[in-house]
Design a protein around this ligand. Structure first.
Ligand code: PMP
Length: 281
């Protein structure tokens, strides 16, 4: 896999060593990241992913040494290292070198990797189990940051799902409403109306989620951001996911129930692709 990483002002091939055993990021997870994609010569919403990397860093108490605009330019510099159209993953990260329990903001460093990563087939169906693992509340974890420390539970949910024969997991919030898939947001459709959980601080309000809501509304569909129960999910006509990694994908099974990819998923996917090709930056 071809990869380039930018660390301390220089580009390196591959995956250079950066963190030491004494780094705060290693010890107590003083680290945040974002993820975006380049494909077909496009980098849709890359600017929003760069803005969010700054917001995540600040939410964790870090002090980003770069502006969002500088992160964006470096991401594009990384993309230009590959032949045009290569399918890439772009991962900027901010982390603390030192600190005590809280990271020392003055020691914040930046690194970025851009690497080859084939796009999963967007029509790729997946099934999911309702996981016993739940999303934390904002009082119990830094859910306002895309922080690495939030992911071990998603990892446990994915491992359990695989063990039980599923490809993904649906995580509920602390009071038992539907929150999201393990690493993507969830949309359900009932009688033509689209419902996606209203952001309540427990799950990532994804950039692809927000884009798809805008695109669907722009095409005349009603999209409700509301509370979604497990029963709503079991009664839904369609369920699909959104996220930067795979974009829009149909969920075709939840626990024992099977579903078909439907017209709203198709529309969301087409609208996203049109957006990425026509207006993506
Ligand atoms: N939820 C979680 C937990 C995620 O890791 C991601 C991927 N970043 C998403 C949702 C989707 O967010 P986005 O559309 O911004 O990639």
């Amino acid at each position: 896999m071809q990869a380039y990483s930018y660390v301390d002002g220089k580009w390196h091939d591959g995956n250079p060593p950066v963190l030491g055993p004494l780094s705060h990021a290693t010890w107590l997870s003083g680290i945040v990241f974002d993820g975006a994609r380049a494909f077909d010569g496009m980098t849709p919403d890359l600017d929003l992913h760069c803005d969010r990397s700054i917001r995540s860093a600040k939410a964790l108490g870090l002090q980003p040494p770069l502006t969002a605009g500088e992160v964006y330019e470096l991401c594009l510099e990384g993309v230009r290292k590959f032949s045009s159209g290569t399918q890439l993953y772009i991962r900027p990260m901010f982390f603390a070198e030192s600190g005590w329990i809280d990271p020392d903001p003055e020691t914040t460093r930046f690194m970025l990797s851009v690497y080859e990563s084939p796009m999963p087939d967007p029509t790729g169906r997946f099934n999911a189990m309702i996981s016993p693992f739940r999303r934390p509340t904002p009082e119990s974890a830094p859910t306002d940051a895309k922080a690495s420390c939030l992911y071990p539970n998603s990892g446990k949910a994915m491992r359990l799902a695989r063990e039980k024969g599923f490809e993904n997991a649906i995580l509920l919030d602390q009071i038992g409403n539907v929150a999201e898939f393990a690493t993507s947001n969830l949309f359900a459709v009932k009688d033509g109306a689209v419902i996606t959980p209203a952001p309540n601080g427990t799950f990532l309000n994804g950039i692809t989620r927000q884009r798809v809501i805008k695109l669907l509304r722009g095409s005349g569909l009603a999209v409700h951001e509301a509370q979604l129960t497990v029963k709503d999910l079991m009664d839904a006509d369609e369920v699909f996911s959104t996220g930067n990694y795979a974009k829009v994908q149909p969920c075709t099974g939840i626990d024992g129930r099977s579903l078909q990819p439907g017209p709203v998923y198709q529309r969301a996917r087409e609208l996203y692709w049109e957006f990425a090709h026509g207006k993506g930056k």
